[in-house]
Write a protein that binds this ligand. Structure first.
Ligand code: ATP
Length: 505
């Protein structure tokens, strides 16, 4: 068997065909960057949430949960800095009329230079064979050095101009390095403008008395403004965390790459409150914990990496991203930020209310510092799909199989009568009723058994139980493994124990 290469288009069409993800409002020709999760998608999403909640909240004594509202007092977004600073630099190409994020145009240019370096490395590796030393080559190759210097210089300038919001210089940089519009191929750019990503709306029935509100762009602020409510009612002692899963909304300038960048998405966030001065210790701790979480689900070393931020957000004193290797390159899956005491202090200032904690061990009150872990549920969903989607050649036919980690699979076991007669459906339904109390099960009798196996492979079901005439004689069934396609005969009485062993961590 060989695994063929995967691209995003295949994942998108597979997701639609097998009830994982549909474009939103499809019969009205869709709504850009919005998606609906179908019958199997909703289960996978739920299982990812459970996996996160179980490890971040249920299995820990020092983290508790919260579910705060999406609408919050508009003052919160002033205090958090989102009204003034949650902006992206927007630029248009005058010929194609296409709109871009200026920083993303420059990042794509840097990515292209990185691929050129990789190409040089590959060529040299071929030439020198086993004796090839990549570090030495990068230091001595004039061409590679040229590319590396351009990358360093461009990155530094871009970060500087973004921090200073010096959009005139940012535009000049785009022109100097010769970035062209991917659609028109021209350098005919407009000036760069600031674009706030928050969606606004109104609350109240009478227009002139209505209050302007924002749809929350992150779930974190709901945690900060409830800091003392949670700390007191759950009797938490610093260090402790508050976790929340919920929707967030951002009016992204360009939303592409399927569910990677949406305008309505879900976040799984945890804010961990620590003593001032201890934040770096906890930042390192959460980096290790979070990468362990990703590896435990089966993501391998070569699809994950840390990317430390140089261009820190206004509230952070350290930040890193966990990047996943999507079909379109390494991109942010999760952010881990040391947010200092910025948010709590800012809410104190705007409300004149203390958000302090009395540390009885130290005998003093302080505003805690915060470490945040924030992962996009939809980006995690896409990462799981990308990692799982496999095309294999089996006896010269292509088998498409979603090798979803069993713990996350929407259906754990499919119960399939070999034929639609001879009492096999009735026996199968008995087994279904028995197993469905323990695992999420599926019953199907339509089509040949081979076709049904292929459909369950494509849905990512880890096990199929097949009921045949022998079942009626000796109470045994066939248990088929999705990944190996091995089939074993097993007594119905042993099914629950066997499956439990295979389906739990
Ligand atoms: P990016 O740089 O990709 O825009 P970000 O740094 O703005 O992301 P954060 O503000 O750190 O993202 O948000 C935390 C997490 O929320 C991200 O790691 C990502 O997984 C998720 N996320 C952010 N924006 C989106 C979006 N538009 N669609 C889907 N998920 C998102």
């Amino acid at each position: 068997m060989s695994k063929l290469s995967v691209d995003l288009k295949k994942i998108i069409s597979h997701s639609k065909e097998y009830g994982y993800i549909f474009p939103s409002s499809e019969i009205y020709d869709g709504l850009s960057a919005c998606y609906d999760y179908g019958p199997f998608g909703v289960e996978l999403k739920r299982n990812i949430k459970d996996y996160w909640w179980r490890s971040m909240v249920k299995s820990r004594l020092d983290v508790v949960g919260l579910d705060s509202s999406i609408f919050m007092h508009p003052g919160i977004w002033k205090a958090s800095g989102h009204v003034d600073a949650f902006n992206d630099p927007l630029i248009d190409n005058k010929d194609s009329k296409k709109r871009y994020r200026a920083d993303q145009l420059i990042e794509s240019y840097i990515e292209k230079l990185n691929s050129k370096i990789e190409k040089e490395v590959k060529k040299a590796h071929k030439r020198f064979g086993d004796k090839f030393d990549k570090d030495q080559f990068l230091q001595t190759s004039v061409r590679a050095q040229d590319y590396l210097n351009t990358i360093t210089k461009t990155t530094k300038l871009m970060n500087q101009y973004l921090i200073e919001e010096d959009y005139g210089s940012l535009k000049k940089l785009i022109e100097e390095i010769g970035i062209v519009c991917p659609v028109s191929g021209t350098k005919n750019w407009t000036d760069i403008r600031k674009f706030n990503l928050m969606f606004s709306t109104k609350i109240g029935s009478v227009a002139d008395q209505a209050t302007d509100l924002y749809l929350r762009p992150e779930t974190a602020q709901g945690i900060f403004v409830n800091f003392l409510n949670v700390q007191k009612t759950a009797r938490m002692k610093v260090p402790f965390g508050i976790a929340q899963i919920g929707k967030a909304f951002r009016n992204e300038i360009i939303a592409r790459q399927f569910i990677f960048r949406m305008r309505e998405f879900e976040q799984m966030e945890m804010q961990f409150f620590v003593r001032p001065g201890e934040e770096m210790k906890w930042f390192d701790y959460w980096k290790k914990e979070r990468i362990k979480w990703h590896k435990k689900i089966g993501f391998s070393e070569n699809v994950l990496k840390f990317h430390d931020h140089e261009n820190l957000a206004h509230y952070a004193n350290a930040a890193t991203d966990i990047e996943f290797k999507y079909p379109f390159g390494f991109k942010e899956l999760e952010g881990i930020h040391s947010r200092t005491d910025f948010d709590l202090r800012s809410h104190e200032k705007h409300t004149n209310k203390k958000l302090q904690y009395f540390d009885s061990e130290l005998g003093e009150s302080y505003t805690p510092y915060v470490i945040e872990t924030s992962i996009g549920l939809d980006r995690m969903f896409l990462a799981v799909l990308c990692q799982s989607y496999t095309e294999e050649l089996v006896k010269e036919n292509t088998r498409i199989v979603l090798k979803i980690p069993p713990i996350l699979a929407p259906i754990k076991v499919a119960i399939l009568p070999l034929l639609k007669k001879d009492n096999l459906p009735e026996k199968s339904k008995d087994i279904y009723n028995k197993l469905n109390n323990f695992f999420s099960c599926y019953y199907e009798e339509k089509d040949s058994i081979g076709k049904r196996y292929r459909r369950q492979d494509a849905l990512g079901t880890p096990f199929c139980v097949t009921v045949d005439h022998e079942t009626l004689d000796n109470n045994s069934v066939t248990l088929r493994n999705r990944d190996t396609m091995d089939q074993v005969r097993i007594s119905i009485d042993d099914l629950i124990i066997q499956l439990n062993n295979k389906l739990s961590f």
